[in-house]
Design a protein. Structure first.
Length: 452
């Protein structure tokens, strides 16, 4: 390395640095942004890494389709299997389980480190990918799989590696947060808010993975695995979406000084000298004073509670081409640096092997909305049922629904009940009683209360 007149070393020109062969699988919104960033920042990245990133191919289904200026046509290929076998780094942005899993396993078997944003694959079969990375001495990185641009995976598995995480709670799906935020701000129905989200590009034409909570559940499984050093699969996560949240629920929450958010919650649960973990996703009421209540539009926010570090909050854009590409490229730089220096990054840590606690054994506070006959004694019956299962009532709101009915007609009322914390199984049993009671005409909604 040459020196300046003052004796300071001068770094070599980027063109003089060795090259790392990079294969990209998928050229959608995120893939195109990753390629743009690599092209525009090539010299800076080369100096940060100690090697140049040379994109040798971009695997797509249709090579004839024009994918814009940042995806060179001469790099397109419909043969991803051959592409990954000749790469040093593979960036997987195609999504889905197959052929992504087979391609990544093959890439690692041929010595390539892998960067992926594929939360579904990691949640369903992360163990096989971790084991392949260990077997072949390569890196498996996935910062972009959990919260887009928000640095979350690296803090959990590296920065907090010397701490003991107790709980992770947050909003990790931008689509559902946009919908619930729109319902709160405008009083819109779920259907209307979803339609607006689709028009603006926040929701897919088929929004099932988002609105049914599947996307958030996949992220919860990844976070639980990292935070608690245990293997948590997607099937281990209790999952409820937001399709049943109504404008009436939003209004009821506002009346109580609360806001409804789709929360991903993973936590340690210690009872009777036994420690287990819970992983769950559901819409919940949180106090308006809670920081998560003010997270608007498609933003994400996550709280981590650790023994030594205390409470930490991470906030930012959880989706979108450029934000997600930023997280992907951060992983690329880290994996490339490790490769240049002959090492590897953090490995899977699942030594704890903690069991999952079934949802019915957890304790939660609830908000229950019922339509009932308006007659003396109904409230006492409902309170008696809840009390019989060990559930105490915090507040009750009653509203007569049809006071103008003709003489002799049965009138109805709406009852909104907030409870103190109780066993999930006790609430399930109470709801079973309500569903078979003539005076309870319908169970309109059951939501949990968090953050208090």
């Amino acid at each position: 390395m040459s020196q300046t007149s003052s004796g300071s070393p001068v770094p070599p020109a980027a063109a003089e640095l060795p090259a790392l062969r990079v294969a990209v699988l998928g050229a959608g919104t995120v893939g195109a942004e990753v390629l743009r960033l690599i092209s525009e920042q090539d010299e800076d990245l080369a100096h940060r890494i100690g090697a140049r990133l040379e994109v040798v191919g971009v695997a797509v289904r249709d090579t004839a389709r024009d994918r814009g200026e940042h995806v060179p046509a001469d790099l397109l290929t419909d043969d991803p299997a051959s592409l990954v076998r000749g790469a040093d780094l593979v960036i997987e942005l195609m999504g889905g389980i197959e052929p992504a899993r087979t391609l990544l396993l093959d890439a690692m078997a041929h010595g390539a480190s892998v960067v992926t944003a594929n939360k579904a694959l990691l949640a369903q079969d992360g163990a096989s990918l971790y084991e392949a990375a260990d077997t072949h001495g390569v890196d498996l990185s996935f910062e972009a799989a959990v919260a887009g641009a928000i640095p979350l995976v690296r803090p959990v598995r590296e920065s907090l590696a010397g701490d003991r995480i107790q709980r992770v709670l947050g909003i990790v799906n931008g689509t559902t947060n946009y919908i619930l935020d729109a319902m709160t701000r405008t009083g819109a129905s779920f259907e209307d808010a979803l339609a607006t989200a689709q028009e603006l590009g926040y929701a897919e034409a088929d929004p099932t993975a988002d609105v049914e909570g599947h996307d958030a559940a996949a992220k919860a499984s990844i976070l639980a695995s990292l935070a608690f050093h245990s293997r948590v699969r997607l099937s281990d996560v209790h999952c409820e979406g937001i399709t049943q949240v109504s404008a009436q629920d939003i209004a009821a929450a506002a009346r109580m000084g609360r806001t409804i958010k789709l929360l991903s919650i993973v936590e340690r649960v210690a009872e009777e000298n036994e420690e287990r973990i819970s992983a769950r996703v559901y819409p919940a009421l949180i106090p308006d004073a809670h920081p998560l209540a003010s997270v608007a539009e498609a933003y994400n926010a996550v709280f981590i509670e650790a023994d030594a570090a205390g409470s930490l909050m991470f906030y930012g854009q959880g989706a979108g081409g450029a934000p997600t590409a930023s997280a992907v490229l951060g992983d690329v730089v880290s994996a490339a640096r490790a490769r240049v220096r002959g090492g590897v990054g953090p490995r899977e840590s699942w030594y704890a092997g903690l069991d999952l606690i079934p949802l019915e054994e957890l304790r939660s506070a609830f908000y229950v909305s019922l339509t009932v006959e308006d007659r003396p004694g109904v409230l006492a019956e409902i309170a008696g049922t809840l009390s019989g299962y060990g559930i105490s009532i915090s507040t009750i709101h009653q509203e007569l629904l049809d006071p103008q009915d003709e003489e002799g007609a049965r009138t109805t009322a709406h009852i909104g009940i907030s409870t103190h914390r109780a066993l999930e199984s006790a609430m399930t049993a109470s709801l079973d009683v309500f569903s078979s009671t003539a005076t309870v005409l319908s169970i309109d909604s059951v939501l949990r209360i968090e953050g208090e």
